[in-house]
Ligand binder design. Structure first.
Ligand SMILES: Nc1nc2c(ncn2[C@@H]2O[C@H](COP(=O)(O)OP(=O)(O)OP(=O)(O)O)[C@@H](O)[C@H]2O)c(=O)[nH]1
Ligand SMILES: [Mg+2]
Length: 328
């Protein structure tokens, strides 16, 4: 077989896989997502084929502290989206922290009742992100779901750190879930909550202390500087469904308003930028990592930093100087 022939064969195989995913082949889609989670480079050409078929789904980001009730809430949202005739894909991002290590199993069990519904597809991501890796993987899995034709995609992430802020860059609407009794400090002051939230869902409204939490959040929003985002504070009880319908209505209303005033377009532009940026960072990061591991000169440089014979700033400059010779 000639090289040209081999290439053609490979390409038609890639196109074949992509087409099957677009036509809703669950097994091929699941394999592709697994490859993405494993950072298997074979997934990339398939994603590239899928890309022109994406952009139709609306993406909803759900983030918040561990145990706030995100998965239970999503379960309720799935049920309502399905009842309205829509289909939904879920990406549950677990940062593999020892504290949330059980979350993946938990998510599966919680959302198990949707497992046999072809209008629902749930995928957990376990990859530990570095250099935007987690965010990039979540965005790529969302793209696969988008190409499969799901109307809504929900991305669940734990916490409100930089990783989560990065992940919600992929979302058209972001819901931050808080629950009462998560410490006395005003939750809104935690890194970036008000910056990223379109809606603040105060879950576990059946528990004592909910009025205090709502009061604190409302005050924090009132005191936010002019021009800052003013998220709506909504109460809900995910376990019995109270307020979940209203939450979905608000999400849909926001999506509607945004698509009419062009905000979704600008979100897509930002997202495209983020996608390219993430890919560049990942590839550059990987190349630098290999260089630092394998290159004798650089290892010696690092040894000098360790021995206080060179400062790390100069060492970083030397590494950067080598970038142009790298195969990125
Ligand atoms: N009382 C009460 N408990 C709730 C409510 N919503 C969720 N819970 C409980 O809170 C616990 C955590 O719920 P999850 O849905 O797993 O929370 P999560 O935010 O997805 O958790 P992680 O993914 O591990 O961060 C479970 O035991 C739920 O049953 C609620 O509205 N009221
Ligand atoms: Mg969860």
């Amino acid at each position: 077989m000639t090289i040209e022939n081999g290439r053609e064969k490979l390409h038609s195989r890639i196109v074949g896989i992509a087409e099957s995913v677009i036509n809703g082949d669950v097994r091929n889609a699941a394999r592709l997502m697994r490859q993405l989670d494993d950072r298997d480079p074979r997934a990339i050409p398939v994603l590239a084929e899928l890309y022109p078929h994406t952009g139709k789904a609306r993406i909803i980001g759900i983030t918040g502290s561990p145990g706030a009730g995100k998965s239970t809430l999503i379960d309720g949202l799935i049920q309502r989206i399905r009842a309205g005739g829509g289909t939904v894909g879920i990406v549950a991002v677990d940062p593999s922290s020892p504290f949330t290590g059980g979350a993946i199993l938990g998510d599966r069990v919680r959302m198990q009742r949707h497992a046999t519904d072809p209008g629902v597809f749930i995928r957990s991501l376990a990859t530990r992100g570095r250099l935007g890796g987690l965010s990039a993987s979540a965005g790529m899995v969302a793209q696969v779901l988008d190409a499969m034709g799901f109307d809504r995609i929900i991305i669940e992430t734990v916490g409100v750190g930089q990783d989560e802020v990065d992940i919600v860059r992929h979302a058209d609407v972001t819901v931050v879930v808080v629950s009462p009794g998560q410490g006395d400090e005003v939750q809104a002051h935690k890194a970036g909550v008000l910056e990223i939230a379109d809606v603040l869902a105060v879950n576990k409204a059946d528990l004592a202390g909910v009025d205090k939490t709502v009061g604190e959040l409302t005050l924090a929003i009132e005191m936010a500087p002019q021009g800052a985002r003013k998220p709506l504070v909504m109460r809900c009880v995910a376990t019995d469904g109270t307020g979940v319908g209203e939450l979905l209505d608000e999400i849909e209303r926001l999506l509607d308003v945004r698509s009419r005033d062009g905000k979704l377009d600008s979100a897509v532009r930002t997202r495209s930028e983020a996608l390219v940026f993430d890919l560049v960072m990942e590839r550059v990061g990987g190349a630098v990592e290999r260089l630092m591991k394998d290159d004798g000169d650089i290892r010696e440089t690092v040894a000098k930093v360790y021995g206080r014979r060179m400062d790390p700033y100069r060492a970083a400059g030397l590494v950067i100087g080598r970038l142009k010779d790298l195969k990125i």
